[in-house]
Design a protein around this ligand. Structure first.
Ligand SMILES: [Zn+2]
Length: 158
């Protein structure tokens, strides 16, 4: 992995785009799901990330991956968006099933990563990051955040 934003990638089925555009595209799609607007990238999101995004956004618009709308962009990458929607629905259903049962089924390395083999939620992370709540519950808080000082960074508005 390099930080060379000037290199270009030939993304299968999506044409050639710069590394910066591909990264913005990927992160923005994932974020759009977290925001509850799958496939819509808001201007608020774009201005909230510290990196310069207007060039990459313009590039994505030019090659037809993004389409300008009021307040943001619609992602025209239907394959990726629908794949993520399906994936999220499957994960939601499986997570609900674990909640109903009241337990997860962790598999993995007892000294490292453990994930539920039903819903793929982490039940143990080697870095102490967020894990499933007990009794089959959803992902709990990231306890590491309570330990790191807040640098008054208003770009993380989660
Ligand atoms: Zn589970």
């Amino acid at each position: 992995m390099t930080d060379d934003d000037t290199s270009f990638l030939d993304v299968e089925g999506r044409g050639v785009m710069s590394r910066a555009a591909f990264q913005l595209h990927s992160f923005a799609i994932v974020n759009s799901f977290q925001e509850g607007t799958p496939g819509f990238v808001s201007d608020d999101y774009l201005s909230s990330i510290s990196a310069e995004t207007s060039v990459a956004a313009l590039e994505l618009e030019t090659i037809g991956m993004w389409e300008r709308r009021e307040g943001g962009y619609f992602v025209k990458d239907d394959a990726t968006v629908s794949m993520l929607i399906n994936h999220n629905e499957r994960m939601e259903a499986l997570a609900a099933e674990c909640e109903r049962r009241g337990f997860h089924s962790p598999v993995g390395d007892p000294a490292g990563w453990m994930t539920c083999e039903e819903c793929s939620i982490p039940t143990q992370r080697p870095d102490g990051g967020p894990v499933a709540l007990p009794d089959g519950g959803r992902l709990g808080p990231d306890l590491r955040q309570a330990q790191t000082p807040d640098y008054d960074n208003d770009t993380t508005s989660s």
